[in-house]
Design a protein around this ligand. Structure first.
Ligand code: ATP
Ligand code: MG
Length: 382
């Protein structure tokens, strides 16, 4: 993308008339010919098709003339070839199997198909919370103390585990027990003390058949913040900043006895569940959150947006819980709103502006750093 903002805006407009985009959502593993052997997805069976449609509709409103919607399965390559796709938008958590968030980007890398999404390594690193936490340690960003349980022995044997002894023997609890890869607070439990741990470990493992994370419980307010690249699209123009854009800093509103934020599957995220942080009176909190999010984006070499979840302890120290590789991009309807869209109005942006912002950031990255891999898009630029 040219650094000149006007040139970049007109380049994007020109491309909109020529670029064929496919928005890919999770597939149905039980559909005919979707896979060779249907297995399961320990992360979640959700296809995110509804949100993929929101993204596709937005791209159409933004002037992209050819936007297709398709599922991620073993026919993806043929579908993309048939459509003549130039660029894919990945809105999938995977269709089945382990580490499923990285399957689609890995397939697209193999096919030579550029995409809006994380590269396979970053997708997997972000989605497997214990790996991401190692990266946080490396960056000096606080994250709850934790260990991983593999489910290979009886849950009571956790007390003999040398990592458990090192990290938690002197900690009476409470603890959080959760899947290493999951979504929407599913299978996330509070274990009040050591006695409560084996049952919770067993429950998470039975539901996911995957590694289980035990974390110290951080009991203060919970925040989320979005972060993406340095380009912003608003009022029909692109603007370039020096830093990644951190936006939509919100506090999740928890009920008095709500220790774990209730799953959005049970209670959709509505305006009464979030509180937009006030830039005037909560400037310090917003700056600290922004700095954490920007450091994660820059230092981990992320190539598209994430939503960072943070919880504070009673002393006001921030701990990063996770960074969601595929933040919910549902189109706001009524008072139902996705966390990442909640603060757009503060930036003078709407939903479509965010979609264009994410696309512009990715195109800019590809043109600047992966130009040799997108000759078919470079050719469209004339
Ligand atoms: N160590 C912790 N201390 C306190 N609360 C926690 C901790 N880990 C998780 N939680 C609670 O559980 C919820 C879900 O956990 P987490 O964000 O790790 O997983 P998720 O299911 O992937 O979430 P999301 O809904 O963001 O996709 C958090 O929003 C928070 O309320
Ligand atoms: Mg979370």
């Amino acid at each position: 993308m040219p650094q000149n903002e006007q040139m970049a805006t007109s380049l994007l407009r020109d491309l909109a008339g020529r670029l064929r985009i496919a928005v890919v959502h999770g597939g149905n593993r039980l559909a005919e010919n979707a896979v060779i052997y249907p297995t399961r997805n320990p992360r979640s069976e959700k296809t995110y098709e509804v949100v993929a449609r929101d993204i596709a509709d937005s791209l159409t409103r933004l002037g992209f003339c050819d936007v297709a919607l398709m599922p991620e399965d073993m026919n993806l390559g043929e579908r993309l070839r048939h459509h003549g796709t130039h660029l894919v938008w990945l809105n999938t958590g995977g269709t089945q199997g382990y580490v499923s968030v990285c399957h689609a980007p890995a397939m697209l890398e193999l096919m030579g198909m550029p995409y809006i999404g994380h590269n396979p390594l970053n997708a997997a690193m972000l989605d497997y919370k214990h790996v991401f936490k190692h990266e946080l340690d490396r960056l000096g960003i606080a994250t709850p103390r934790s260990i991983v349980w593999g489910g290979g022995s009886i849950p009571e044997s956790i007390f003999d585990d040398r990592h458990f002894q090192r990290v938690f023997m002197d900690d009476p609890g409470p603890f959080i027990v959760k899947p290493v890869s999951g979504r929407a607070s599913q299978h996330v439990y509070l274990a009040e003390d050591h006695n409560d741990l084996p049952e919770k470990l067993q429950k998470v493992f039975a539901a996911t058949e995957n590694l289980v994370l035990i974390e110290e419980f951080i009991d203060g307010p919970e925040y989320t913040i979005g972060v993406c690249g340095p380009w912003i699209y608003r009022q029909q123009c692109l603007e370039h900043r020096d830093d990644p854009l951190a936006f939509s800093a919100v506090e999740r509103v928890m009920g008095p006895d709500e220790k774990i934020f209730t799953s959005m599957d049970v209670r959709p995220i509505a305006l009464d569940r979030i509180r937009l942080l006030d830039l005037a009176t909560e400037n310090i909190t917003v700056s600290r959150l922004s700095q954490i999010a920007q450091t994660i984006y820059s230092e981990l070499g992320l190539e598209t947006a994430v939503r960072v979840d943070v919880r504070s302890n009673s002393e006001g120290r921030f701990f990063v819980l996770e960074a969601n590789p595929k933040p919910d991009l549902a189109y706001p309807k009524g008072d139902k709103i996705s966390l990442i869209c909640a603060g757009l109005s503060l930036l003078g942006m709407e939903y479509d502006d965010l979609i264009m912002t994410l696309l512009a950031n990715r195109l800019s990255f590809l043109l600047a750093h992966r130009r040799a891999t997108i000759p078919h898009i470079v050719a469209l630029l004339g």
